[in-house]
Design a protein around this ligand. Structure first.
Ligand SMILES: [Zn+2]
Length: 194
């Protein structure tokens, strides 16, 4: 992977993904692509159910950078696995306490899910994330307000989702583009055949 740019690109909400008061309230932007002309994509892995030591080793040996979004329900049986991942240079981010469909919850309930996970991350990994990904990519204005209230600055979702045997693309051309955010999940052979 190329070195990160000295000057970080400005991230804005994807058109059509804004909420009321997005700009005026300076709410975390929801986006699917990082503005760049370089031929790179951003690999992200979610939830945290499968914890395969060989995966940590493989990604380090291949020098593949990636970012993860963790749900407490999925990681609490082994926080140590992700501690090892963090020690290998991976940034750990917020994906709520219990992976609910957030728009169905009140503001206070959403705040508990998001900010409660900030507390877990600080306690277990010593850092409060600045990135938060809403489960299923579903959010409303309360989601972004609640996230902002406990230090979240960005809400990246994805352009492509990767499964064992196929990719699902968001864009009409069914292709990758510079700066695309790619999603897959920590799933093992119990969940996925392959
Ligand atoms: Zn998820």
């Amino acid at each position: 992977a190329p070195a990160p740019p000295a000057k970080k690109p400005e991230i804005k909400a994807r058109e059509g993904f804004e909420v009321d008061g997005q700009e005026s309230d300076d709410l975390p932007p929801v986006f699917t692509t990082v503005p760049t002309k370089e031929k790179i994509v951003f690999l992200t892995i979610d939830d945290g159910a499968e914890k395969d030591p060989a995966f940590l080793r493989m990604m380090s040996e291949l020098k593949i950078p990636y970012t993860v979004f963790l749900t407490d329900e999925e990681i609490k049986d082994d926080y140590g696995y992700f501690k090892k991942m963090q020690a290998r240079g991976v940034t750990l981010n917020n994906h709520t306490l219990s992976h609910p469909y957030l728009p169905a919850l009140s503001y206070e309930e959403q705040k508990h899910e998001i900010c409660g996970m900030q507390d877990v991350m600080e306690k277990r990994y010593g850092k409060r994330p600045v990135l938060f990904r809403p489960p299923f990519g579903n959010y409303d204005r309360d989601t972004l307000r609640a996230a902002k209230s406990c230090g979240i600055e960005y809400a990246p979702i994805w352009s492509e989702e990767v499964f064992v045997d196929h990719w699902e693309y968001r864009e009409w051309d069914q292709d990758l583009h510079p700066g695309d955010i790619v999603l897959t999940h920590f799933r093992g052979t119990d969940d996925w055949d392959g």
